[in-house]
Design a protein. Structure first.
Length: 215
């Protein structure tokens, strides 16, 4: 079986975590719920099915969760053009391919958002496959996304590359390790405490250690 590299997209390949936090802030606020922006950022990396109840409670999610998630989508579209790839992101995909790994862009974003990222990264013909919200029933920190990525890669042997504790937890539940970059706004200490096998300051630094990670 070929080994897979599952690459988280938001915050790992593209610099989008703070736009996501602001979009959620605006969505909650438009629904009459004002939350501190820093608290929202601490939950970025979760999908909307997990984030809304985690921040606002099960009752709010049950009664207004779909409305809030729809508003988040609208707010995010106002910000999406500000998002740029992180330095070395496309080169990372190419590096992994050259090492014979199956590269999966592991995202639970809607298809339209992922399409935008594929264009930003010029990765549509480079990555082997990718996932979207259509591939999961529950988002991170549940393991559905990682399991779907491994299934698309045709292997159970893989490494997750992410930027949040939610990536690490989802990968652990699916039985694989995670290496992280701090580009999503979580510190090295937080990511190591969550169980990351390695933490790097940037995608470029990660690229310098691929021989160790995928030995």
């Amino acid at each position: 079986m070929a080994r897979a590299a599952l690459l988280d997209v938001d915050g790992t390949l593209v610099d989008s975590n703070y736009q996501h936090a602001l979009a959620w802030y605006r969505a909650f606020r438009r629904s009459g719920i004002v939350l501190p922006l820093w608290r929202i950022h601490r939950h970025v990396g979760m999908g909307g099915d997990q984030l809304v109840p985690a921040l606002a409670g099960e009752d709010v999610d049950r009664e207004r969760g779909d409305e809030i998630r729809e508003l988040r989508g609208e707010a995010f579209q106002e910000l999406v053009e500000e998002i740029e790839p992180l330095e070395g992101a496309r080169e990372l995909i190419a590096d992994l391919k050259q090492r014979g790994l199956t590269v999966v862009l592991a995202s639970s974003a809607p298809q339209d958002e992922l399409d935008h990222y594929l264009e930003l990264l010029d990765a549509r013909e480079l990555a082997d496959c990718w996932t979207t919200d259509d591939d999961v029933q529950a988002t991170k920190p549940e393991p559905d996304l990682v399991q779907a990525g491994l299934e698309k890669a045709g292997t159970s042997d893989g490494v997750m590359v992410g930027d949040t504790p939610w990536d690490i937890e989802a990968a652990r539940k699916a039985g694989i390790e995670t290496v992280c970059v701090i580009t999503g706004g979580f510190s090295e200490e937080e990511l190591r405490d969550a169980g990351a096998a390695g933490v790097f300051e940037s995608v470029e630094e990660l690229r310098q250690h691929l021989d160790e990670i995928f030995a």
